[in-house]
Design a protein around this ligand. Structure first.
Ligand SMILES: Cc1ncc(COP(=O)(O)O)c(C=O)c1O
Length: 489
């Protein structure tokens, strides 16, 4: 007899079950979109049994840290599908792949060239390994404050100005699907014997269509880390790291993968990676073609609605939608979509919302989003209480902000700053001091000041203005932005 188990309390399971029951439309990760792809493509029985298949290293189940059997074969298939020389499954997300890649290529005290808007996991690796980042400025889209990524020439100049550099790490594509000429950079770096690591957390799906930007492996990167769970149908936290070329010491990378990953790697996650790769291989291209055509129609219809702006990523599966021209900021838009229309987007910033569209999305999802936007715009027009003019004023003021894109002077390394003695001072009195904290306004989510760097007047003025306009500034322990920790000399 099957008995229905009910969770009475508002704990994790209860909430997740209600989201499943509510049929929430997903424009966020993970890429399987609430398991829909497994049902659609006939993997449902396999997935339903995963809880029974949760095991550990026993006879015949192999070992992720020394694979010789089923895991070795599965990884070899992944490597063939993604056209790498060797691929390794990751059960601690791309976070651990990025860390293993950095720690295995840079010795303590060495430098690494890296884009300023790199992921936090990279900075944590600099702290762990006592590595000195030399940052390359990225650019942002002034209209939406979304990250565009680095400029090729800036990277080449940085290589020329740092002759002792042995490793370059770049994020490609950006969260918002923006790309750059990575091939040119790889070719230049390789001429100098520099290893190129690419954080392709947001680009595991790029190989599925010629209409998408070229993948990092295709453009010659040596180590590539992909969050399969973000844009392909695998479970959250399951990722993959690929290697190719002569410059990478695979044994050393494997040594660090053992350090940063669990000694009890999840078979559920490894299994879901294998399913995602099977779907990629068998159905991926066809599903991607369908998706790109749905997105194309969707964007055409959306752009016909007055007041709607779309920022297209080079990767068309990332769609940024803004209603700022009609006075609705992104934070409000995310909430209206969720609570009035049962649609969840990936993220919002002051200017709009980002949709992550994957091969798990169907035409009906886009139709529902379109209906929701039409209804939001109509509601706004008939709502007499809505102070549109005021909102528009605010938006205009925000657009005039001068983004401080100068990278501050670094006095001590991230590791020294992390372990250094700190004391709290009033934010306004911190100018010229060495920061003990991060200052990361959102949007666009790039660190303006990192631990060990000098705090500038320009940055303080900027974040106080951000605060005034309700933008989020993270990194500081004091969220009221009155106090900051500085390094005691
Ligand atoms: C650019 C980038 N790199 C790496 C990561 C970490 O990936 P994961 O969540 O798979 O650990 C993220 C996570 O959002 C990211 O945005």
């Amino acid at each position: 007899m099957t008995k229905e188990i009910k969770c009475d309390k508002n704990y994790i399971n209860n909430k997740l079950q209600s989201i499943v029951n509510d049929d929430l439309i997903s424009f966020h990760m993970p890429g399987h979109k609430k398991g829909r792809l497994y049902d659609k493509l006939g993997y449902e029985n396999l997935v339903k049994n995963l809880y029974k298949m949760d095991t550990t290293e026993i006879i015949e189940t192999d070992n992720l840290h020394a694979p010789e059997g089923i895991i070795k074969d599965s990884q070899e298939r992944a490597s063939k599908v993604f056209k790498s020389e060797k691929s390794y499954y990751l059960v601690n997300g791309s976070t651990c792949g990025i860390q293993a890649a950095i720690l295995s290529t840079c010795a303590p005290g060495e430098k690494i060239l890296v884009n300023r808007d790199c992921h936090q996991s990279a900075i944590n690796a600099f702290i762990l390994g006592d590595i000195n980042p030399v940052y390359i400025k990225g650019s942002i889209c002034e209209d939406t404050y979304t990250i565009k990524g680095v400029n090729e020439q800036d990277v080449i100049d940085a290589i020329d100005n740092n002759s002792d550099i042995k490793v370059l790490m770049l994020t490609y594509p950006s969260y918002y699907g923006m790309t750059f000429d990575l091939e040119k950079i790889c070719t230049y770096a390789h001429e100098k014997g520099i290893v190129v690591i690419v954080d392709e957390a947001h680009g595991a799906h790029l190989g599925l269509s010629d209409k998408l930007p070229k993948s990092a492996l295709e453009q010659g990167a040596d180590i590539v880390i992909q969050s399969v769970h973000k844009t392909l149908p695998s479970f959250t936290q399951s990722s993959i790291i690929h290697v190719q070329g002569e410059l990478v010491d695979k044994k050393n990378l494997e040594r660090f993968l053992k350090i940063v990953q669990s000694s009890s790697p999840s078979y559920v996650m490894m299994s879901s990676l294998e399913i995602a790769i099977d779907i990629y291989d068998r159905y991926g291209k066809e599903l991607m073609q369908e998706l790109l055509s749905n997105i194309d129609d969707f964007e055409k219809d959306l752009s016909k609605i007055d007041g709607v702006r779309i920022l297209k990523g080079h990767d068309a599966t990332k769609v940024f939608v803004s209603l700022k021209d009609i006075g609705i900021n992104g934070y409000d838009l995310e909430e209206i979509l969720r609570y009035k229309h049962n649609i969840q987007v990936e993220l919002s910033n002051y200017y709009g919302v980002l949709l992550i569209c994957t091969i798990g999305n169907e035409k009906s999802d886009f139709d529902k989003f379109l209906c929701a936007i039409k209804s939001i715009v109509e509601d706004l027009n008939i709502d007499e209480n809505n102070n549109l003019d005021k909102s528009e004023d605010n938006v205009k003021k925000l657009m005039k902000l001068n983004y401080p894109d100068l990278i501050p002077q670094k006095i001590i390394s991230p590791r020294e700053a992390f372990y250094g003695n700190k004391r709290s001072v009033a934010l306004k009195e911190s100018v010229g001091k060495i920061s003990g904290e991060y200052i990361i306004p959102y949007p666009p989510g790039i660190s303006l000041t990192s631990p060990g760097e000098v705090i500038t007047q320009e940055v303080i003025d900027y974040i106080l203005t951000c605060k005034e306009y309700g933008m989020n500034v993270s990194g500081l322990k004091d969220s009221s932005l009155e106090i900051i920790e500085i390094i005691e000399k």
